[in-house]
Design a protein around this ligand. Structure first.
Ligand code: F0G
Length: 469
């Protein structure tokens, strides 16, 4: 094992303060070999040419013919300086949008101009995962990996598959649970040519198996236990700040599944503050689906805290035992976040401490209604993404988020990832509604935009248009 040399400017480090072991960036690790905790990519900022203003990044807009300046990830290379320029892999990720949405803002109870939606659906594979995948691929290229794998609820696999197809750097292998992945995402992985291993089980099973496989082979793991992936995901926050003229918002609201995003956001803000680029940190709200609510249960209901790295993790084991004994499986229409054993739990607890965060859970009904509102505003998202909006609404109702706070909800994935849920919500076919949504406790489609059925006669058609438009 290559321990990081004292001279290294970037190294891997165990997040447990009591351990803090360091390892070279040339090492492929997904947990600390000494104590088993998660690893960070850490930088010696005092010796790096760290930026002392955001102006550096603005200037890169002028050089957009350079793929590294065009990439919404690598434009911020100085803030994730683990890979030399020649190792960087980019396929044009991170060309995303932050927009004010007064329609959705009104729905969640906010005053005009305050609710912002960060739309990650514009990434090459249609979700935020590409931010992290470009960073993981850059690391994989540094160490010469030839095969890469992930377990996935769908988006990580689509992202891995597209990076393999475009770059031809590695063979992609994806592990999925049976029946647990939406067709939009599965179709991407198949179309891009990834080797698809469907195991009898759910995401938590697939995650456990792929970690074992990576441990026994030289297959490079690109799930978010890979600390390099989270370096790429930090840039979502850099782009949010960039779009806000480098002003820090009051709240970042994000869905929580495997908890990679929330973890990376906390790290991004802690580092920016350390570098003196920002003087305050936004609050973070992580939103679970009620059917996959481990973080909510442990953080909100059972008081689990990072506690400066001294977290008492006994309640976690206890909770997982409870799940096993009750044979309780994650179950939500928001299939992207249908996860009961989030691998980044410890890092997320740390992020919640750094960002004075809160955790909430939202029901299927709340998710789908929020999703319909987001769609009506023109930024279609998949159900998991809408959890952020549903969660923000809950927090405004509770008075935790103020009506005049500046709030950014992250829309993590594109609407076309999971059209079934959308069509079932808007359908006139009661049987379809009951089958897809009713069976999961959704009783109404409050914002349905139903198709109008008419005979194939011109007069009837014109009459229907006049009636409804
Ligand atoms: N939103 C979408 C659209 C996702 O695909 C995921 C995770 C999340 C939210 C949760 O993000 O894990 O950072 O808390 N999808 C993973 C996958 C697990 O396999 O595609 P997280």
């Amino acid at each position: 094992m290559a321990v990081a040399a004292r001279t290294d400017l970037a190294f891997q480090q165990c997040i447990a303060p009591a351990c803090g072991a360091t390892f070279s960036v040339d090492e492929v690790l997904t947990s600390c070999p000494l104590c088993g905790n998660l690893l960070d990519v850490t930088y010696d900022w005092d010796r790096l040419p760290a930026p002392n203003s955001f102006e550096l990044f603005e200037r890169k807009w002028m050089r957009r013919s350079d793929p590294l300046a065009l990439s919404g990830v690598w434009r911020f290379h100085e803030l994730l300086p683990f890979a030399p320029r020649e190792s960087v892999v980019t396929i044009g990720e991170g060309q995303t949008l932050l927009s004010v949405s007064d329609g959705v803002g009104r729905y969640i109870g906010m005053n005009p101009g305050q609710l912002h939606l960060q739309y990650e659906g514009l990434n090459p594979s249609g979700s935020f995962k590409d931010n992290g995948m470009s960073a993981a691929f850059s690391h994989a290229r540094m160490i010469g990996a030839t095969r890469a794998a992930c377990a996935s609820t769908g988006n990580t696999s689509a992202s891995l598959a597209v990076y393999c197809a475009v770059t031809r750097l590695m063979r992609g292998i994806i592990f999925i649970g049976s029946g647990k992945i939406s067709y939009g995402k599965l179709s991407q992985a198949l179309d891009y040519g990834a080797l698809t291993i469907q195991i009898a089980g759910d995401f938590d099973d697939a995650m456990a198996r792929v970690k074992e496989v990576a441990g026994k082979t030289n297959i490079y793991l690109v799930n978010s236990v890979n600390p390099f992936r989270l370096e790429g995901q930090k840039t979502i926050m850099y782009r949010v700040l960039e779009s806000l003229g480098w002003e820090v918002p009051d709240w970042i609201v994000v869905p929580g599944g495997n908890l990679g995003n929330s973890s990376s956001f906390g790290k991004a803000f802690a580092e920016l503050r350390h570098l003196g680029l920002i003087d305050r940190i936004p609050r973070l709200a992580v939103i679970n689906a009620a059917g996959a609510n481990t973080l909510y249960e442990l953080f909100h209901n059972r008081g689990l805290r990072w506690n400066g790295g001294q977290a008492d993790l006994a309640p976690v084991c206890h909770y997982y035992d409870e799940l096993d004994r009750g044979e309780k499986r994650a179950d939500t229409l928001a299939s992207a976040i249908e996860i009961n054993r989030p691998v980044n739990l410890n890092k997320c607890l740390r992020a919640l401490e750094v960002c004075d965060g809160v955790v909430r859970e939202v029901t299927e009904q709340e998710i789908l209604d929020a999703k319909a509102q987001v769609g009506a505003g023109g930024l279609g998202c998949e159900p998991a993404s809408a959890a952020s909006v549903a969660g923000a609404r809950k927090l405004v109702n509770e008075g935790v988020i103020g009506r005049d706070d500046r709030v950014v909800c992250i829309l993590t994935g594109h609407q076309l990832k999971d059209p079934n849920a959308t069509v079932a919500y808007h359908t006139t076919d009661q049987e379809l509604f009951n089958e897809v949504l009713g069976s999961r406790g959704v009783s109404r489609a409050s914002f349905a935009n139903r198709a109008v059925t008419v005979g194939n006669r011109i007069d009837d058609i014109i009459q229907a248009i006049d009636l409804y438009s």
